[in-house]
Design a protein around this ligand. Structure first.
Ligand SMILES: [Zn+2]
Length: 429
């Protein structure tokens, strides 16, 4: 007798009509036609069942602050940073916690199971860090939140930036952040990468840096990040977020850089929504896309996962907490439209991001945590195309969110009355 069985599920790897049996908080069996009974049964009716989505790059301290104290007029990254600096003195712990919880409510209904948030350590009050650590505890029963100590104004550039970041780590942040391209000089950027990797090695922590979030092809801090990763034996525990300058780099240089990143086993985190919105702003036409070289990095065997980065904050007035929206944009910006491409993009929102975040027992195997989403789509390609509704969200074996399917009612004589966008439109393949 199982606690829950999901019947007739399609899996992201292409297996069809599979049953998933759950005992307690774990997957107990995953195979066709399980004969045993369960206390609760959900019939997935040939729809896709995926492990929960994971967002490896977010700014939870800034989310839902859109319009405070004013809107970003130019829409640029740099005005966003300036605007955040204007808002920061008035931030309160209570307001930060309430906004974060509100966003997480939304994200959970969209199937989110884990978020890695960067948290600004530039204001020595560290109210942002206090608030996000509180949120990490509050949401623990239903969402894994990882907190990166992030020196938004520069590790060396901000007054007391070095001391504030150390205090944030002492308070309990999980990961060492950085922003080398925002230091005063290239040399200071390089020195910040060296210092922060040494700090992470000393404290036994992973690293996740905003790195080269610029269109400048000579912004090459990713090279230092990779070499310092190797020097300190941090292979596989370091993430390079954004890496947008790689879009504009010389091809010969990149042919040397990517193998170095492979040697460092660097996790790569592009943020397609933000990258297409913020990069190329100094271009007239042609205008660069600005996202890093996703196809080439994946082909080299690097672990690529996508972040949502921002939702309604000084940098981005859009966003919905839906990782399928992130993947939808990635398909366009990276021009990855084939079935195999879409499958790779779906993995970048799920298994790859879980790997970036070091989540244990994640996935669709016997013994994994039963953290699942039933989608109103039959496979990953359809889920991405439709930004499909998350019908059931299951956390540790328990349904924690439900959304009704999107069914259109058509009042045209002689035509089908009910239209399910996830049924019967895509060709069989
Ligand atoms: Zn970011």
């Amino acid at each position: 007798m199982f606690d829950l069985i999901l019947r007739h599920a399609n899996l992201p790897d292409g297996r069809r009509d599979i049953d998933i049996a759950i005992s307690g908080t774990r997957i107990a069996a995953i195979e066709p036609a399980i004969t045993a009974e369960a206390r609760e049964v959900i019939d997935a009716t040939g729809r896709l069942v995926s492990p929960q989505f994971c967002d490896p790059h977010f700014h939870m301290d800034a989310t839902l602050s859109l319009g405070l104290p004013r809107m970003n007029r130019s829409g640029t990254l740099l005005e966003g940073i300036a605007l955040w600096g204007e808002l920061r003195p008035s931030l309160t712990r209570e307001a930060l916690v309430q906004r974060a919880l509100k966003y997480i409510d939304l994200a959970v209904t969209q199937g989110m199971g884990a978020i890695r948030t960067h948290v600004d350590t530039s204001d020595p009050r560290l109210v942002t860090v206090e608030a996000m650590l509180e949120v990490r505890d509050l949401v623990k029963p239903y969402l894994d939140l990882q907190v990166v100590a992030f020196p938004q104004d520069g590790y060396f550039r901000a007054k007391d930036g070095v001391a504030s970041l150390a205090r944030a780590l002492d308070m309990g942040c999980d990961i060492v952040g950085g922003i080398p391209h925002f230091e005063r000089t290239m040399e200071a950027g390089r020195a910040s990468v060296e210092a922060l990797c040494r700090l992470a090695a000393d404290r036994g922590l992973p690293v996740d840096m905003h790195c080269d979030e610029t269109d400048d092809p000579l912004s090459r801090h990713v090279e230092t990040l990779a070499s310092e990763t190797i020097r300190h034996g941090l292979q596989g525990r370091v993430a390079g977020s954004h890496l947008t300058s790689m879009h504009s780099m010389d091809n010969y240089y990149v042919s040397k850089l990517i193998p170095l990143m492979v040697e460092a086993r660097m996790n790569v985190i592009p943020n397609p929504l933000i990258n297409i919105m913020l990069q190329g702003r100094h271009d007239t036409y042609p205008k660069r896309r600005g996202m890093t070289r996703v196809r080439e990095l994946m082909a080299a065997g690097l672990n690529v996962s996508f972040g949502h980065d921002c939702v309604m904050d000084p940098w981005y007035a859009m966003g919905s907490g839906d990782m399928l929206e992130v993947g939808h944009m990635a398909i366009h910006v990276a021009q990855m439209g084939s079935l195999a491409d879409k499958s790779a993009i779906f993995d970048a929102l799920t298994v790859n991001s879980a790997r970036t975040m070091g989540l244990e027992d994640y996935g669709l195997h016997k013994g994994c945590k039963a953290d699942l989403v039933v989608l109103q789509a039959r496979d990953p390609a359809e889920a991405l195309r439709l930004k499909a509704v998350k019908l059931h969200v299951i956390r540790r074996g328990r349904v924690i969110a439900r959304t009704a399917p999107r069914i259109g009612e058509l009042m045209i004589p002689g035509r089908e009355a009910l239209i399910d966008p996830g049924q019967g439109f895509a060709p069989e393949y």
